[in-house]
Design a protein around this ligand. Sequence first.
Ligand SMILES: Nc1ncnc2c1ncn2[C@@H]1O[C@H](COP(=O)(O)OP(=O)(O)OP(=O)(O)O)[C@@H](O)[C@H]1O
Length: 179
Amino acid sequence: MCVPGPGGTGKSRLIDAISCYFVETQRKEKLRKLGPTAVSASLIGGHMIHSFLAYLRSTKHQKKTVKPDSSTAEKDWKYVEYLIIDEIFIVGLRLLARLNELLTLGKRAPPEVPFGGINIILFDDYIQYMPVLDKPLYANLERRSSTCLPTEADVQYGVGHSLVLQINTAIKLTQPNEN
Ligand SMILES: Nc1ncnc2c1ncn2[C@@H]1O[C@H](COP(=O)(O)OP(=O)(O)OP(=O)(O)O)[C@@H](O)[C@H]1O
């Protein structure tokens, strides 16, 4: 699901309301909130996406991505059933694909199940700033020549793109609120 809406239409307020609902219904551990930056994460009382991706990260000296630590991922995501991601315009296709990889691992889900079966709610408009060193979620992927082998980045772009195409609900907030 995605919840787009310009500034002032109540996205943060809605995230607060959803958080309160999970607390009131004693299911706090089932909801996780992530932001792509420290500021976005702290504004919604959540964590940075990258803090969970640390053990999927490859370094200059390790050409291949480090083998993910499945026991840590399973512990991290054991109870989570709903995931809110704010400021989605900073999240690119590769980052979404890596998050998908992490959740698939954490939930021990088959690869065809998006985000390991966790319900994802993406907040904010896609089209604002461009994500850094990544392609925006609305990017149209160019077809590569069939003689050219896809790079790891190409594969991740493709996975991210197919995840975006699986978003089945959009609730657009349009009414600005003034206090
Ligand atoms: N349902 C509501 N009833 C009353 N006030 C509201 C409601 N929703 C939002 N507001 C108020 O409107 C203002 C803007 O809301 P909010 O910060 O949630 O918007 P936003 O879409 O997250 O904006 P931004 O993208 O700029 O952060 C806030 O002062 C908030 O308290």
